[in-house]
Design a protein around this ligand. Structure first.
Ligand code: 13P
Ligand code: SF4
Length: 303
């Protein structure tokens, strides 16, 4: 524990020296969340990145999140403390694959979940996150949508709109591990509990939930006075924040299998190393950045 305290002191003093801000996603290890300046979902963290005055952003999350920060803040240094922290879902689509599918669906507007490479955002009309996907789709003039890359989020959106939604076959392996039976068993054990799930879950799981929310939405929901026990259907890292912010309430992870291994790659040691060496830096090439930024900006105008 003493080692951690020393490590944390070093991180915080180097952070001041570098004029850096530490952003952490809700799935990060508890000790990373605890040293961060801001903890949030993908949308909240892109908004934090867009408005920060710090010169350096230490992004404790995965590659697509650091890329989004780089897209929005080209003059800042964006560090991802472990460059292997990718997103399996984002790796299920390429710009070339998307261009091919667009040729097959010339009338469809392309809505791209932020969990995607910058090159794919650059090929899209607008981005969305789990917090605003329905709103973004509804805001478009087009009646036909090509939704990439998450088929389950896209399916969820299709149940909330009359637009025709074409899906891409991507998914999140961590959320796909959550089974309907995990929920039905826990509901029997905790009959008073509310069930919240992330829209990256399978439709059969979503059908059993009381609320379908982004991770930021789950944190706000948990603060409500009428909510005291929650079965939480998303990556287990969020349980740390929920318990910390809501002492006395009960949070039950729906499945211990719902772990995103790349989210756990970032450690206090890698954050310190990253701040010391100012690497690995994530920088999106300017031609891609400008086109990707148009899609991200369109989203930020809508929310
Ligand atoms: P949120 O934007 O809801 O935090 O989701 C990000 C993510 O990667 C979920 O797997
Ligand atoms: Fe990607 Fe799934 Fe991990 Fe989120 S939880 S970063 S979608 S692999």
């Amino acid at each position: 524990m003493r080692v951690d305290a020393e490590l944390i002191d070093k991180i915080l003093s180097l952070k001041r020296e570098r004029n850096a801000v530490i952003l952490a996603h809700n799935y990060q290890l508890g000790e990373i969340q605890d040293i961060a300046d801001f903890v949030g979902d993908s949308l909240e963290l892109s908004q934090d990145a867009a408005r920060t005055e710090a010169e350096v952003i230490v992004f404790c999350g995965v590659l697509f999140m650091a890329e989004t920060a780089s897209i929005l803040c080209p003059n800042k240094v964006v560090l991802l403390p472990d460059i292997n922290a990718g997103c399996d879902m984002a790796d299920m689509i390429t710009a070339e694959g998307l261009r091919e599918r667009k040729r097959e669906l010339p009338g469809a507007a392309v809505v791209c979940y932020v969990n995607s490479p910058a090159e794919v955002k650059a090929e899209s009309d607008v981005c969305c996150t789990s917090a605003n996907a329905v709103k973004v789709v509804e805001s478009l003039d087009a009646d036909e949508i090509l939704f990439v890359p998450d088929q389950y989020l896209g399916h969820y959106v299709s149940t909330k709109t009359s637009k025709k939604i074409n899906l891409w076959p991507g998914f999140c392996p961590s959320h796909a591990r959550i089974k309907p039976q995990d929920i039905t068993e826990l509901r029997q054990e905790y009959p008073q509990a509310k069930v919240v799930v992330h829209p990256e879950c399978r439709p059969e799981v979503i059908a059993l939930a009381d609320e379908v929310l982004s991770t930021g939405g789950m944190c706000r929901y948990a603060r409500r006075d009428d909510v005291t026990q929650v079965i939480v259907g998303t990556e287990i890292g969020i349980i740390h924040r929920l318990r910390k912010e809501n002492p006395g309430k009960k949070f039950i992870p729906v499945s211990e299998q719902a772990i995103c291994p790349t989210m756990k790659l970032i450690t206090l040691e890698s954050v310190l190393r990253s701040l010391r060496e100012m690497t690995p830096e994530v920088k999106v090439p300017e031609d891609i950045r400008l086109r990707a930024k148009a899609s991200v900006d369109r989203m930020l105008e809508i929310v």
